[in-house]
Design a protein around this ligand. Structure first.
Ligand SMILES: [Zn+2]
Length: 295
């Protein structure tokens, strides 16, 4: 119960920074098929990737602990098998909150080395002024990697690739080769401008580089699952990349012209993107200004 209250407090304090939602009791899990045996699950928090088939149930991210029973019910509607693997795209609590429950239920948790480091120690997310205590040990990744690894499951090769210093310092892209589905975690966001968590080692340059890496992996038929928001294709990822390069260059030019961050905000440089990426504009400008001005 204490933990549920803590989650609710986080949800209120940080929304929509980490795209959490209050009122987890009323959240329903929606399942979207993407390829044979490959799905996206939507609830509250980061989008979940799911693969089921002859070998094992493979899950990408697990939202918040109170949602685990509903997530497992959604999976049980597709397969009688238990969750065998969980891959976390990064350490944030709206993507790893179910780790403890799934770890206790016997799933093997896999993530980048820095995800384990951050989940096992107290963290401070400066952009939302939020202290995160260490997670219980059973929630920590048991298998970690530096560059990447591949799962050979369900007739597919599932490639997990680390992209350095982007949303955080522990981000991974997960690509289903046979399914032609790419899950990008919060390196790609269809609900707002990117949240660059600089206190977790993130950088705007890294988010742009990660988009380039992803663009090289996909084709026009690839279904792309962002960390938040709807499933899209290559065209939206390309637009996202073009937008971020344009915003980076614009904010750099404003800094070179001697403008303060308040002046850059007043210039409303991100307004053209409000329609497609409505959330997180002020935070984006402030963190980008900080990074690009060397603060
Ligand atoms: Zn995140």
């Amino acid at each position: 119960m204490r933990r549920i209250i803590a989650v609710a407090a986080i949800v209120v304090a940080s929304a929509p920074v980490l795209q959490a939602q209050a009122g987890l009791d009323t959240v329903q899990i929606r399942t979207q098929p993407l390829a044979p045996g490959v799905y996206a699950l939507f609830g509250a928090g980061g989008n979940i990737g799911l693969a089921v088939g002859e070998d094992a149930v493979f899950v990408i991210d697990d939202q918040f602990a109170p949602l685990t029973p509903k997530i497992l019910a959604a999976i049980a509607a597709l397969t009688p098998k238990p969750v065998r693997f969980v891959v976390n795209t990064h350490w944030h609590f709206d993507h790893t909150g179910g780790n403890e429950n799934l770890g206790l239920a016997g799933a093997l948790i896999v993530a980048h080395d820095n995800v384990r480091k951050r989940m096992s120690t107290e963290q401070f997310i400066q952009a939302i002024n939020r202290r995160e205590p260490p997670s219980p040990k059973v929630a920590w990744p048991v298998v970690t990697f530096a560059e990447g690894l591949t799962f050979h499951l369900n007739g597919d090769d599932i490639h997990v690739t680390h992209v350095p210093n982007a949303h955080t310092d522990g981000d991974a892209l997960i690509y289903f080769g046979a399914g032609n589905v790419l899950h990008m975690g919060d390196v790609f966001n269809m609900s707002g401008l990117p949240f660059v968590d600089r206190s977790s080692g993130g950088s705007l340059h890294g988010v742009i580089a990660a988009a380039e890496r992803a663009l090289a992996m996909v084709n026009d038929a690839t279904r792309i699952v962002p960390g938040h928001g709807r499933v899209v294709g290559r065209a939206e990822l390309q637009t996202w990349h073009t937008m971020l390069v344009a915003l980076r260059d614009r904010i750099k030019a404003e800094i070179a012209a001697g403008r303060t961050v308040e002046q850059v905000l007043a210039a409303k440089v991100t307004d053209p993107y409000l329609k497609d990426w409505p959330a997180g504009h002020e935070r984006f400008v402030r963190t980008a200004y900080q990074e690009l001005s060397g603060q």
